[in-house]
Design a protein around this ligand. Structure first.
Ligand code: INI
Length: 156
């Protein structure tokens, strides 16, 4: 059976990291996890671009701009939406997820969803380099795999 899968090799690939300033204590840890993962899988520091946005709500627009530029093999979005902080948690989280999925489908460029959606700050910390790993690194891993897979599926 013909089978396709992405290899976890980031060398020669370019990645845009889109990170939110909102909850930056958390998102800085996600950036650090993503960067570490990309470099350890062969990416060059010169091939990584970091773009700050005000909050997760603004991510889809900026991710789309990065994807449409065709400069990057994948876009990695890093944010933290924490329920305890605001009643509009649901709106911010839903729009970020929906908008980033649409961006990926519209542009054909992989967009990794490294946006935490948690009930409280403690859960966010746990997922940003503590008990539950680092979701920024997980998103970077997905981006590496998807970038490679898209190349393999490119057609004859
Ligand atoms: N943005 C986040 O990234 N995380 C949050 O938890 C959050 N909360 O809770 O409000 C948040 N709000 C800001 C939002 O993303 C926009 O930047 C803002 O509404 C201006 O458009």
């Amino acid at each position: 059976m013909e089978t396709f899968e992405g290899k976890l090799v980031a060398s020669g690939r370019k990645f845009a990291l889109v990170a939110s300033r909102f909850n930056s204590l958390i998102t800085k840890q996600l950036i650090s996890g993503a960067q570490d993962c990309l470099l350890r899988h062969g990416a060059s520091a010169d091939d990584l671009t970091l773009v700050w946005v005000p909050g997760s709500f603004e991510m889809p627009l900026v991710a789309a701009k990065c994807a449409e530029s065709k400069k990057y093999d994948a876009v990695i979005c890093l944010g933290a939406v924490i329920r305890g902080e605001t009643p509009h948690f649901e709106y911010v989280a839903a729009e970020a997820a929906k908008g980033l999925a649409q961006t990926m489908l519209k542009t054909g460029v992989p967009v990794a969803f490294g946006v935490l959606t948690t009930d409280n700050v403690e859960q966010a910390i746990d997922r940003a380099g503590m008990k539950s790993g680092n979701k920024g690194a997980d998103a970077a891993m997905a981006a590496i795999e998807m970038a490679d897979l898209m190349g393999r599926l490119g057609g004859k």
